[in-house]
Design a protein around this ligand. Sequence first.
Ligand SMILES: Nc1ncnc2c1ncn2[C@@H]1O[C@H](COP(=O)(O)OP(=O)(O)OP(=O)(O)O)[C@@H](O)[C@H]1O
Length: 351
Amino acid sequence: MARPKNPLIEFQNVTRTFNPGKGTAVTAVDDVSFTVDHGEVYGVIGFSGAGKSTLIRLINGLERPTAGTITVLGHEVSRMSESKLRHVRSRIGMVFQQFNLFQSRNVAGNVAYPLRVAGWNKADRERRVEELLEFVGLADKAKTYPEQLSGGQKQRVGIARALAVKPDILLADESTSALDPSTTGEVLRLLRRANEELGITIVAITHEMEVIRSIADRVAVMDRGKIVEEGLVYDIFSNPRDDGEITFVGSALKDRPSAEDLTRIRRHSDGRLITVSLKDSAAVGGVLGRAGEFGIAFEIVHGGMNTTKNASFGLLTLALTGRTEAVQSFVEAMRDAAPVQEVEPGQETLR
Ligand SMILES: Nc1ncnc2c1ncn2[C@@H]1O[C@H](COP(=O)(O)OP(=O)(O)OP(=O)(O)O)[C@@H](O)[C@H]1O
């Protein structure tokens, strides 16, 4: 079934080339098309230099495309004058990797800053700042200066500031990359609450799989300026691709054996190897429980579970031993219960 669409952001064949004509041109964003729907968390992941920052700067009009069309909140920002762009920008909040707080202002002053720029009066500003600090769990830090805060607290101030004028869209640019793993969780939970409780649409660019896994609904994988993979996080994480290609996202998960694992498994086991998707683990368990009836034996040689925003999934790699026909019947029964991939003899990586 097609997803209902209500795009807040739409890129159509967008390209951004730097330095055309002067020296070597770099195409940071290369013929990219995607939409971000109202209320969703859209993750963009890729290695350094893939074009993620350029992509996010195209959304708020800090970069202009060399070709293509960008529509944000119903406005074609790619062709807009700077003065009109300011209005669109006022409906977009931004969270930065290095927090970008004013060191000379206390927490309340930092959060109040965009309200001041937007012309809110003092009483409204104070009420709003209080509400925001409550939301991000820093009500007791209003008078504290940034240098006295931990990284996670600084980013929570950054998020409060980004949410201050009640924007429709929040752009998160490597929002957890400067944080340690424990504070990363705290910031990601906050972004998730901003999405769920305030209904804000989020675009998060990152090189960390953890960010995508825990907050994104959909993910686009960028490589050398292009979107090379896109879809629901759950589907991309849990589905082995039909064409046998290893996927960027799939390759980063710990639930599938690495090349070294497979070599090791092959050394110790001469059975037929299959990998079973654990989307419906009860059904898989049912078939495993009937292995004896098929006259075969199985050994679990690898496995792991992952949790995404919406669901859990995992993969189990089994070595099956027994008569060839019996093993075949068992594999067919398993195929009725769950997606199954064959690990061919001699194959070094799970595709
Ligand atoms: N203003 C610019 N002038 C020239 N080249 C640029 C400019 N901005 C970006 N680039 C180039 O475009 C490519 C994509 O850069 P971009 O910063 O968008 O990637 P990224 O995925 O965000 O990487 P990182 O995480 O390292 O910032 C890189 O090769 C970069 O050098």
